[in-house]
Write a protein that binds this ligand. Structure first.
Ligand SMILES: C[S@@+](CC[C@H](N)C(=O)[O-])C[C@H]1O[C@@H](n2cnc3c(N)ncnc32)[C@H](O)[C@@H]1O
Length: 293
């Protein structure tokens, strides 16, 4: 009996409790998180809660890992009360309390802890993509090396139309870095080389990618302050996963990863701490049924 209970997967228990109407506020207060959205046809799961807690709960049921790929767009820790330019106006760079830096030592501890959970949750040949700017990406790289990930590529996402630098004391910031790494040195990672080469007109795809930020068509259900373009996630997913693979995004935001996953026939698990972004995510995932996101 006990064995049978243990053998049940985290996701099937969660699915049952969600569809039995038990994933309500009470459930969330008791466990600290709740399954806020589940699409049984596409196997899309969205948790409202702290990713440390949800990932630890999944790892307790799947200690050998259950995800083929993770995309993590963590807090960049760049909300330092500075200014930037948006639609020709000076606006604060602050994204929210979740994006405040606590100094390099604590930012490193935080980063290493969530990266360790992600590493446990990856299947043996799974890979992780992590985006960031200079505020966090070097910490991510150092933590990955300490944890024994194998770094595969450093992608530069170049934005063709960056906002101007208002102070005129720096070069215009126009790139973000995305590190791609395998779970460990033994991993035999998936890379859909031919598909990437075909997309690049028959030449090897390089590590500098140009994509515009998300346009209005990606914000019909509302917007997130650091929303990624669907085209970026689409390429990442097609490059490194196979149809039917299970993808995790621990810092889901508006679930751009989920949109890219579903559009490409992959399964999705997102985790997001802020209820407003959980609702936006659910609206975008549901909107796919109507052909919008
Ligand atoms: C950089 S944004 C991700 C944006 C996302 N890639 C998109 O396209 O919309 C990071 C998100 O992580 C969430 N977050 C921060 N700390 C978290 C935590 N401990 N657990 C879960 N979500 C968290 C924030 O609320 C924010 O929405």
């Amino acid at each position: 009996m006990v064995l049978e209970a243990e053998a049940r997967s985290f996701f099937s228990e969660e699915r049952e409790s969600y569809h039995a109407g038990r994933s309500d506020e009470g459930f969330m207060l008791k466990s600290g998180y709740r399954l806020a959205y589940h699409d049984p046809e596409r196997d899309a799961f969205l948790y409202h809660g702290d990713c440390f807690e949800v990932m630890a709960a999944i790892a307790a049921k799947h200690p050998e890992g259950c995800f083929d790929m993770i995309f993590a767009d963590p807090p960049y820790k760049l909300s330092n009360d500075g200014m930037t330019c948006h639609a020709g106006k000076a606006v604060s760079v602050n994204k929210g309390q979740w994006d405040k830096s606590e100094g390099p030592e604590l930012d490193f501890e935080y980063t290493k802890n969530w990266l360790a959970l992600c590493q446990q949750l990856l299947r043996p040949n799974g890979t992780i993509w992590v985006s960031g700017t200079h505020h966090i990406i070097h910490i991510v790289s150092y933590a990955m090396q300490l944890l024994g990930y194998k770094i595969l590529n450093e992608i530069t996402w170049e934005k063709p139309n960056p906002p101007p630098n208002l102070s005129c004391r720096y070069f215009t910031h126009s790139t973000e870095t995305i590190l791609w790494a395998a779970k460990n040195k033994k991993s035999k990672h998936v890379f859909n080389y031919d598909e990437m080469r075909a997309e690049n007109g028959g030449k090897q795809m390089k590590s500098v990618w140009q994509f515009l930020p998300p346009g209005k068509d990606e914000k019909v259900f509302g917007k997130h302050p650091t929303q990624k373009p669907v085209k970026l996630l689409d390429r990442i997913i097609r490059a490194s996963t196979r149809p039917g693979d299970f993808l995790l995004d621990p810092f889901a935001g508006s679930s751009t990863t989920g949109v890219g996953a579903i559009l490409n026939g992959r399964k999705y698990c997102g985790i997001e701490a802020e209820i407003g972004f959980v609702e936006l995510s659910a609206a975008r995932l549901e909107g796919l049924n109507l052909g919008a996101f």
